[in-house]
Design a binder for this molecule. Sequence first.
Ligand code: LER
Ligand code: MN
Length: 269
Amino acid sequence: MKLSLVLSTQPAQFQAVAYKGDLETNVAKIAALGYDGIELAIRDPKLVDVDELGRIMDSQGVAMPAIGTGQAWGEEGLSFPDPDPAIRRAAIDRVKSHVAVAAKFDAVIILGLLRGVVKPGVTQKQAMDHVVRALRECSEAARPFGVRLALEPINRYETTLINNTAEGMALIDRVGADNFGLLLDTFHMNIEDPSIEESIALAGERIFHFHVADSNRWYPGAGHLDFRSILDALFDTGYEGYVSGEFMPEPDADTAAQEAIAFLRQLEL
Ligand code: LER
Ligand code: MN
């Protein structure tokens, strides 16, 4: 099993990331713990020195399987279904600006909170139409570079659009792009999906990336999810990607990262 951990490159409001802050130190720390990859949350690729990033990752021998984009929503308010067309356009252009970085690292572009919420003045149907149009445009822009996009079903307390795997699969049908799939996150699935294992089987080869946190959003092993059964279901689909830890830095970031890898590695025995 290839394991990665979510790391933020810029200040983030989003709490469920184990490490924030100085990039080089944190990449070295995560690599030393035995992780194979580091998933970066990048608000704006313009603010990141991509060559330097490549040097840091290479020097530590870690891959970058996925790029998180949610900070563009959290800190700038960009989203696909915003009532303001200029904000919708900026959200699409921002995702497209991730394509070159994603291609360089062979990373999946994650569409989490950037897909937005239904705001006043927009109906649910209009919002979904905006989301579908945006996803088509972004998938088309990414395809020539061999880049894939993964939308993450997110629980109802964080968004009003696409909360569970079944809704994610219906969206995939509507968008109709082969490089558009899902990021499944055990924390969100535990809240929204009738069965985590059945959702994984339903999504099958459209699972482009996978987040793990336990039921309480602490590191796997700290709550009541059955990760042996969940990961068996995941690998039964033929999944070859990374299992990426995205959990609260509790009781502190170092302990959480250590406990997660110790727990997940012993499941392989
Ligand atoms: C991001 O991957 C995620 O899981 C969301 O809950 C962000 O708030
Ligand atoms: Mn997630």
